[in-house]
Write a protein that binds this ligand. Structure first.
Ligand SMILES: CC(C)=CCC/C(C)=C/CC/C(C)=C/COP(=O)(O)OP(=O)(O)O
Ligand SMILES: [Zn+2]
Length: 461
């Protein structure tokens, strides 16, 4: 296929970002160790406070948060996207190991119920046309909230009818009635159907062929056939293919080749070739590695969760990570890890140095990207110490970037697979060990124990 038309950034734009990032890293390198520790600390309390503030506006004034609050054109046309705001905030709170109080919980469930269309699916606000993106956001928000009231509020029968209506005869999905067909629609539809336990052969039919037609000559996946490969769509395409058990049909070596080159010298990821680094790709691109690592054996025939000793290959096979079980030799008396010094000076590259023999099933495996460098970008360049995270220095914080920077940080911390059930190794975590976030299920981007609660609930009911 002919190369797709590309957007690029100018050298001037690129060097402005590099200057900002290098300046911050230089400051880090020259301040006293105490300040360095502070710069690498996840400001949990401030993030929680910022997030809770966002949920307070759920009433009529919630509309003020709607418009153009995030960086991706994909979200712009959803000018009213309140279920997204609920998901970004609630998922971030869950990642931080916190929860909302009963009043806020009830208010959120009531609000999302008002967004549920009588014929199934969720719109961007009460009375709005149902849309697959806001449906995905509402379902993920309710699962992130957890509890029976939240889960029973989803009308699964009507949801199935809505998904069937969005299914195009080609096999792909439309975002809404008479709306556009793309890879996002395929992912959001199968993600919702799978987690609600309503995915059947009719819904799955021919999705794989559509997604295959979107893998480009670069190796990544585009939104629709003939467009440019992009991290957001590559995540959606790969996750959808995993959900329908067809990931093997993609050219995975080419996909891996594409995504590894999206990590920049800044440590963060860009969304596509010749574009700027952005904190939200910590998840869209970083999450791709988590998907590959956990669900596929393609990576150098390593013993992944998929192929190790005939382990359960299903998406349900991930177990909840146990509470911290640092061994004494790994944790020093001040609670920081014995590897922190190395990690703090960014010389560590431990994740790149992973060695693993093909037949040694207990071997540790590092990720295929520089996890410490990505954590450094998130903590130093994307974190607003006053609460909230952002795209890059000079940009304002927002809930979208807070959600996807934190999701990416969790992926990094949990990316060094020792075994499924263990807590992250201290050397996999940049900064104090208290930075560790809850693990996620990478296919759905939902905190693992909330996913498990929902999975059990919808298997039973
Ligand atoms: C689940 C779901 C709905 C996923 C959405 C995935 C996602 C983030 C898609 C991004 C789409 C896109 C082409 C952005 C380009 O924005 P840009 O040109 O502003 O940014 P760039 O310069 O970084 O490419
Ligand atoms: Zn972004």
């Amino acid at each position: 296929m002919e190369p797709a038309l590309r957007e690029t950034v100018t050298q001037r734009e690129q060097s402005m970002v590099l200057n900002d990032v290098n300046m911050l890293y230089h400051i880090y390198a020259t301040v006293p160790p105490k300040t360095q520790r502070l710069m690498l600390e996840l400001q949990r309390d401030n993030h929680v406070e910022y997030l809770l503030r966002g949920l307070q506006h759920l009433g009529p004034s919630f509309c003020s948060l709607d418009a153009k609050i995030c960086c991706k054109p994909f979200f712009w046309h959803i000018t009213l996207c309140r279920p997204w705001i609920c998901y970004w905030i609630l998922h971030s709170i869950a990642l931080l190991g916190e929860s909302v109080d009963a009043t806020l919980e009830d208010k959120t469930i009531d609000f999302l119920s008002c967004c549920q269309d009588p014929d199934g699916g969720y719109g961007g606000g009460p009375g709005q046309m149902p849309h697959l993106a806001t449906t995905y956001a509402a379902v993920n928000a309710l699962i992130s909230l957890g509890g029976d009231r939240s889960l029973t509020s989803i009308n699964r029968d009507k949801m199935y009818m809505f998904l069937k209506r969005m299914k195009d005869p080609s096999g792909a999905f439309r975002m809404h009635d008479a709306g556009e067909i793309d890879v996002r629609a395929c992912y959001t539809a199968v993600s919702v159907a799978r987690i609600l336990n309503i995915l059947d052969d009719e819904l799955v039919h021919n999705i794989g062929n559509y997604i295959l037609s979107c893998q480009t000559y670069e190796g990544g996946i585009s939104g629709e056939p003939g467009s440019e490969a992009h991290g957001g769509y590559t995540f959606c395409g790969l996750a959808a293919m995993i959900l329908i058990n067809e990931a093997d049909r993609l050219d995975l070596p080419a996909l891996i080749d594409w995504v590894v080159f999206r990590q920049g010298v800044e440590g963060g990821f860009q969304g596509r070739t010749n574009k700027l680094v952005d904190g939200c790709y910590s998840f869209w691109q970083g999450g791709i590695f988590a998907l590959l690592q956990r669900f596929h054996s393609i990576i150098g025939e390593r013993p992944t969760l998929v192929d190790a000793g005939g382990a359960d290959c299903s998406i349900d096979s991930i177990q909840t990570t146990a509470e911290s079980d640092l061994s004494e030799d790994e944790e020093s008396s001040d609670g920081t890890s014995s590897q922190d010094d190395e990690a703090c000076h960014f010389q560590h590259g431990g994740s790149q140095e992973a060695s693993c023999s093909v037949n040694d099933k207990s071997a540790e495996m590092g990720p295929l990207y520089h996890s410490i460098a990505l954590q450094r970008y998130i903590l130093i360049c994307s974190q607003d110490p006053g609460g909230g995270l952002k795209d890059k220095p000079r940009k304002p914080k927002d809930y979208y970037h807070t959600c996807y920077c934190l999701s990416g940080l969790s992926v990094c911390q949990h990316s060094w697979l020792k075994d499924e059930d263990s807590s992250p190794l201290p050397r996999a975590v940049l900064g104090p060990y208290s930075n560790v976030l809850e693990p996620i299920h990478p296919v759905f981007n939902i905190v693992l124990d909330r996913y498990q609660e929902a999975h059990e609930f919808f298997t039973r009911s």
